[in-house]
Every structure is written in structure tokens, then in C-alpha cells.
Ligand binder design. Structure first.
Ligand SMILES: C[S@@+](CC[C@H](N)C(=O)[O-])C[C@H]1O[C@@H](n2cnc3c(N)ncnc32)[C@H](O)[C@@H]1O
Length: 250
């Protein structure tokens, strides 16, 4: 591994197992010539596997040391145009269309990154996140982990935990395990911004009944709490509430 200094503020915990990087690339399932966006390449363990497969890689890295490292390490690929390193905060990176999105993403901004993904067009994303976060992403109604995140993810993606990755495969060794998650975009039939507002408000009062949270709440949902209804029911609820003000907020 490179002797480069690691920065906590960039969430720099580096994967040190090539087999796991290969597993992530396999899960992405794209062939030579496809264009992949990599979030946070770091010192390039995953970038290398992607480049070896003939994928075109745009790699967005916030830390200038890491950015310099991958430009130096993969100079040939940069010169040929197969690798386009971009030194930028991913949260400010312009959305666009890619065949796939991949990344062992910085854990301190995982939510923000996941909530930004729907701005991009892509066939499949494969991300490494903290295990607990992954479990909240795919949690089912009624479970302790079912949350705003689970509903938003389920309405936008077919999400799956592909593999739990033990903490020993990272340097420095973190306090938590990780998980590889795959995301395949779903068609969303309605304006998701309005749906998002309903989900957010509901889970900010997750112990209350929906009838006490939303004025004009349809009868069939009124006696249920937010964690008792499915993502599809949230879609239905939000569509039927559109135009109605949440209780106490005219
Ligand atoms: C968990 S490390 C993973 C590094 C490498 N992909 C690996 O697997 O070893 C996260 C990477 O994201 C970078 N990063 C942190 N915040 C970022 C941001 N806002 N935008 C883009 N990259 C960021 C870090 O500098 C670091 O390289």
C-alpha cells in the first residue's frame, strides 16, 4: 500500500484486499468500453481492477493527495483517456449518464451520496458502505431498521446486500464491518420530491399514528404508524395527500 497520509475528515479507510475489489467489479457486471463513475478512488485498488477490465473510468476524488496518487499511478491510462481523474467533492460533481457507478464511499457522507444517486442515470451501482447502513437501506416494514432511508431506497432502486465485508480487510482497521450493496434504478411514476417530504415528515414522528401526522390521511392508513406501511403504501399515501397540508403546517 502507498505511504500516503490518510485523513479522517475524508473518511479514508482503504480496502486492502484485491479479491474484494474484483467481487465489486463482478457485481457491476459491465464489459470493456462501458463508462463507469467511481466515487472516491483513494489509492486506486478498485480503479485498477476496473481499468484492467477495459472499462472507461471517471474517478471523482476530493483529496488532492489521493488525486495526485492515482494520476501518477495510472499515468498511462490517463494519457490514453481511459481514466479521467476529477479532483472534486462528489456532492458538487455534475450529475450525468454512466453505465455504472461504483465506490467504496466515505462513510461520513454515505447518506448524502446515496440521496444524490437518483440525479444520475445509470444501469447499476455497487457501493461499499457500513454494514449497519446497508441493513437500514434494505430493511423491511415492521423491522427496527425500517426508516426514511429504507423507504426512499426501495422506491428508487432494487437494492441488495451482496456481501458482508469484515473490518480486517481495511486499513486502518475500522470499528465496524462493511457491506457491498447493489442498486438497480426503478422507474418512479410520480414526483419523488413530494413523496420524499411525506416520508421525511412521517419518520420524524415515527411513534405517532399516520392519522395524527397528516391531516386528511386516508382511513386505511390513519391507525398505522410510519414503520408499519410498505414503500408502495407510502407512494399511495403521498399521492393522495398531495395538495393537502400536513397537520399543523398550513
Ligand atoms: C473509504 S475511502 C476508499 C478509498 C478506495 N476506493 C479504497 O477502496 O481503498 C473513501 C475515499 O473517498 C474520498 N472522499 C472523501 N470525501 C469525498 C467526497 N466528498 N467526494 C469525493 N471523494 C471523497 C476519500 O479521500 C477516499 O479516497
Amino acid at each position: 500500500m502507498s505511504g500516503i497520509n490518510l485523513h479522517r475528515r475524508y473518511g479514508q479507510v482503504l480496502l486492502n484486499n484485491r479479491g474484494i475489489a474484483i467481487r465489486e467489479a463482478d457485481t457491476l457486471g459491465l464489459g470493456a468500453g462501458s463508462h463507469v463513475l467511481e466515487i472516491g478512488p483513494g489509492t486506486g485498488i478498485l480503479t485498477q481492477v476496473l481499468l484492467e477490465r477495459g472499462l472507461k473510468v471517471t474517478a471523482v476524488e476530493a483529496d488532492h493527495n489521493m488525486y495526485d496518487e492515482i494520476r501518477w499511478k495510472f499515468q498511462k491510462f490517463v494519457e490514453s483517456g481511459q481514466l479521467v481523474p476529477v479532483k472534486q467533492d462528489f456532492l458538487e460533481f455534475q450529475a450525468g449518464e454512466y453505465d455504472g457507478i461504483i465506490g467504496n464511499i466515505p462513510y461520513h457522507i454515505t447518506s448524502q451520496i446515496v440521496f444524490r444517486l437518483p440525479e444520475f442515470r445509470f444501469r447499476r451501482a455497487v457501493i461499499m458502505v457500513q454494514r449497519e447502513f446497508a441493513e437500514r437501506m434494505v430493511a423491511a416494514p415492521g423491522s427496527r431498521d425500517y426508516s426514511r432511508l429504507s423507504v426512499s431506497v426501495a422506491l428508487r432502486f432494487n437494492a441488495r446486500i451482496e456481501k458482508i465485508v469484515a473490518r480486517k480487510y481495511f486499513r486502518p482497521v475500522p470499528k465496524v464491518d462493511s457491506a457491498i450493496v447493489s442498486l438497480q434504478p426503478r422507474e418512479t411514476p410520480v414526483d419523488m420530491a413530494a413523496v420524499e417530504k411525506v416520508i421525511q415528515r412521517a419518520f420524524s414522528m415515527r411513534r405517532k399514528k399516520l392519522g395524527n401526522i397528516f391531516e386528511g390521511c386516508p382511513q386505511e392508513y390513519a391507525e398505522l404508524r410510519p414503520d408499519q406501511i410498505s414503500p408502495e403504501a407510502f407512494l399511495d399515501l403521498a399521492s393522495r395527500l398531495t395538495g393537502l397540508s400536513p397537520r399543523g403546517h398550513p
